[in-house]
Write a protein that binds this ligand. Structure first.
Ligand code: UDP
Ligand code: MG
Length: 312
């Protein structure tokens, strides 16, 4: 019997946990060929989320829980869950039931029988979400995809089921500033997308403050693009090029009209030239810094999906 681990990051989700437990177990009751491991990660909740987890775990041995010493954020909670999960298939689902557990059977089916490594959900709408948040996030993905090394599906969610090898690849990225959406894309693997309507939050409220979202967006950009570090090189090059052209212009003007005075323009041109050189130097240093950053993140150079070579 295959084991399916479901990782649920929970931060102050006391109001929905019982409901989540009920819906998820109902889904798996209809899938007797799979063994469920419901891995609840308490991300330092301040309500009685942990007590409910303990109660559920006592009642049902399929329920496992991990409780953080304080709030470390959803990324940390997901990583902890992925590290502790013991199933052959491992899923991630939000606690608030915005990710419908009804989608789990077709997702598992896609991995089991259709040759996919990942089954991931993509939302078709943004119901139950503030307008401003939707607009901001749309803007973020536009900018993101322009500059970043990985292409993010705008509507992709963290809701997904993966084979163990995919999870191992995800964990093998040891970076501390984790941006899972980017990491999921970065590791690759054959993915089947499921369109999925966002449901209203079953109870409780969203945990994302503007500050948290902003940090998330910046983490996301810095994790998958070094473009900002190269920016001064481009700016500096433009500045130098313009100053050289202006300088040539001044010389020509001086030849044509020997009585003209171009002192002020000359000084501005000189300032532009040297400022440009300094910017270029910064850009070159940025490129080295980008390399140091890449090396220090120590991402794997490749990820193997399949092989027939036994590794010792
Ligand atoms: N979450 C978490 N730690 C946090 C914030 C959120 O574990 O610091 C969990 C939360 O309990 C929920 C999931 O991440 O299960 C998604 O959070 P939420 O529903 O608040 O986000 P939204 O759906 O509004 O984007
Ligand atoms: Mg939610």
């Amino acid at each position: 019997m295959k084991k399916v681990s479901l990782v649920v990051p929970c931060y102050n989700e006391a109001d929905v946990l019982d409901l989540l437990y009920k819906e998820v177990t109902a889904v798996f009751d209809a899938l007797p060929q799979y063994e469920l491991e419901l891995l609840l990660v308490d991300d330092g909740s301040r309500d009685n989320t942990l007590e409910i987890m303990k109660r559920l775990a006592e009642k049902d041995s399929k329920v496992k829980f991990i409780s953080f010493s304080r709030n470390f954020g959803k990324e940390a909670a997901m990583l902890a869950g992925l590290k502790y999960a013991s199933g052959e298939y491992i899923g991630i689902i939000d606690a608030d039931l915005q990710h419908s557990p009804d989608l789990l059977p077709p997702m598992i089916e896609a991995i089991e029988n259709e040759g996919y490594d990942v089954a991931a959900a993509r939302r078709t709408d943004r119901a139950g979400e503030a307008k401003l948040k939707s607009a901001l996030s749309e803007f973020f993905y536009k900018i993101y995809n322009k500059f970043s090394d990985v292409h993010l599906e705008e509507s992709a969610q963290d809701f997904r089921v993966m084979k163990r090898k995919v999870v191992e690849a995800i964990i093998s990225l040891s970076e501390k500033n984790r941006f899972s959406k980017g990491i999921f894309t970065w590791v690759g693997f054959k993915t089947k997308w499921f369109e999925h309507e966002n449901r209203q939050r079953a109870a409780g409220e969203t945990k994302w403050s503007v500050r948290k979202l902003l940090k998330y967006a910046i983490d996301g950009l810095l994790s998958f693009t070094n473009a900002p570090l190269r920016l001064p090189l481009y700016l500096g090059s433009v500045s130098v090029a313009v100053s050289i052209l202006t300088f040539i212009g001044i010389i020509i003007a001086k030849i044509v009209n020997t009585s003209g005075s171009y002192g002020t323009v000359l000084i501005i041109t000189a300032i532009m030239f040297f400022a440009g050189i300094i910017l270029q130097c910064l850009g070159i240093m940025g490129m080295y810094l980008a390399r140091i950053y890449d090396e220090s993140r120590d991402r794997p150079i490749f990820i193997v999906s399949e092989t027939n070579i036994e590794k010792a």
